[in-house]
Design a protein around this ligand. Structure first.
Ligand code: XUL
Ligand code: MN
Length: 344
C-alpha cells in the first residue's frame, strides 16, 4: 500500500503477552530478537524503545558495557532495515520511584531518576537518535496533600534542564497523560507539556508527543491537541490509538472506536505535512482474547486505517469543502465528511 511520505513506528511493548490487572499473561513472551523482523514485515520503518527494552539489565552495567550493548543493538536494528525513533527512560517500575521519580519527595529518588534518564541519553547517542521521550508516569499524586504541585513543576523543569545540559545534541519529547498509574498527573495535556518546555533552559529542544487515548482520557479531542502543538511547531511525535470513553487506558487500534475522530487526526497531520517533522507512532495493544499467532493484527489494522484515511482526506473535494465553509453550510460540510468516510 502507498505510504506517501510518512514513516511509521511502534514499540516492542505493543506486541504484548495480554496480562491485565485481573489476570496473568495469555500469550508467550517474545524477545526483542523475535520482534525486530516483524516490524518491517508489518510495514513499519522504525522502533521506539524504553531504555530497558534496549538493554534489559542496564542498571547492572558499567558505562562502557552500556555503550557496547547499545552499539550491538544498533547494528541489529539496522540489519533489520530499521531505525530507532526515540529512547524513553522507564522510570515507573523501579521500587524506588513508587511515589514519583523527578517529583519524588525523597531527594535520593530524584537523584536516581536523573541518573537513569542520563543513561537513556547515553543509549540514544549510540542508537543514532536525538530524541528522548519522557512519559511522566508517576509524576503526580494519589492524594493531593502528599506533594506540593508548584514545587513539583519546578522539579520537572530542573530535571529537563539537567538532561538538556548533559547532551546539547538531544531533544526531549514530553508525552502527557492525565491519570494512570497516578490518580492525578502533573502534566495531563499537550498545553501543560508545551508550557513546561517553554520554561526550560532551551525551549527549542523540547517538544511534545500526543497520544490519542491520553487526550480522550483528559476529555479533549486528539486532533485539537495535535493542532495546538502543530501551530506552535512543537508536535514532534504521536502515539495514535483509540479509547472508548473515560475508563482505563485501552490503547485500542487506531480508528476502531471512533472513525471520524481518527479521520480528523489524520486530516490535521496531513494538512500540516507532519511527515516533515516526525514519525507516525502507534501505541496499540491487541485484545486479551487474541491468539498468539495473530497478536500483531492490531498493528496491521492501525497502519491500514491510517493509510486509508490519508486516502480519504486527500480525495475530499476541496472546492466543495471550501464552498460549504464559506457559506457557513456546516450541514453540507458534515455530509461531505460522512460521505467520504462511507466510501462516497
Ligand atoms: C503509557 C504510555 C507509554 C509511553 C511510553 O500510557 O503511553 O507506553 O508511550 O513510555
Ligand atoms: Mn504512549
Amino acid at each position: 500500500m502507498e505510504k506517501y511520505s510518512y514513516r511509521f513506528s511502534f514499540g516492542p511493548w505493543n506486541i504484548h503477552e495480554g496480562a491485565d490487572p485481573f489476570g496473568p499473561p495469555v500469550r508467550p513472551s517474545r524477545s526483542l530478537d523475535e520482534k525486530l523482523p516483524l516490524v518491517r514485515q508489518l510495514g513499519f520503518d522504525a522502533i521506539q524503545l524504553h531504555d530497558d527494552d534496549a538493554i534489559p539489565n542496564l542498571d547492572d552495567l558499567s558505562s562502557q558495557q552500556l555503550v557496547q550493548a547499545a552499539r550491538d543493538l544498533r547494528r541489529q536494528i539496522e540489519d533489520a532495515g530499521l531505525t530507532t525513533e526515540w529512547i524513553a527512560p522507564r522510570l515507573w517500575e523501579d521500587a524506588r520511584t513508587i511515589d514519583g521519580a523527578f517529583t519524588a519527595n525523597d531527594p535520593a529518588v530524584r537523584a536516581y531518576a536523573s541518573d537513569r534518564a542520563r543513561k537513556s541519553i547515553d543509549i540514544a547517542r549510540e542508537m543514532d537518535t536525538d530524541l528522548i521521550l519522557l512519559w511522566l508516569a508517576r509524576e503526580g499524586t494519589y492524594i493531593r496533600e502528599s506533594k506540593d504541585g508548584a514545587w513539583a513543576t519546578e522539579r520537572l523543569i530542573e530535571a529537563v534542564n539537567e538532561l538538556l545540559a548533559y547532551d546539547p545534541g538531544i531533544r526531549i519529547l514530553i508525552e502527557p497523560k492525565p491519570n494512570e498509574p497516578m490518580d492525578l498527573a502533573y502534566i495531563p495535556t499537550i498545553g501543560h507539556g508545551v508550557a513546561l518546555g517553554m520554561f526550560t533552559s532551551d525551549p527549542a529542544r523540547v517538544g511534545v508527543l500526543m497520544e490519542s487515548a491520553h487526550a480522550v482520557l483528559a476529555g479533549l479531542d486528539p486532533s485539537d491537541e495535535m493542532a495546538f502543538a502543530l501551530g506552535l511547531r512543537k508536535l514532534w511525535g504521536v502515539h495514535l490509538n483509540d479509547q472508548n470513553g473515560l475508563k482505563f487506558d485501552q490503547d485500542r487500534s487506531f480508528g476502531s472506536v471512533d472513525l471520524r475522530r481518527a479521520f480528523n487526526q489524520v486530516r490535521v497531520l496531513d494538512e500540516h505535512e507532519y511527515w516533515n517533522v516526525g514519525m507516525v507512532g502507534f501505541d496499540v495493544k491487541t485484545m486479551r482474547t487474541q491468539k498468539a499467532e495473530r497478536a500483531t493484527a492490531h498493528l496491521r489494522n492501525s497502519l491500514d486505517v491510517f493509510l486509508r484515511l490519508v486516502g480519504v482526506v486527500r480525495s475530499m473535494d476541496r472546492q466543495a469543502v471550501s464552498a460549504a465553509i464559506d457559506g457557513r453550510d456546516y450541514e453540507e460540510l458534515d455530509h461531505l465528511v460522512m460521505n467520504a468516510l462511507l466510501g462516497g
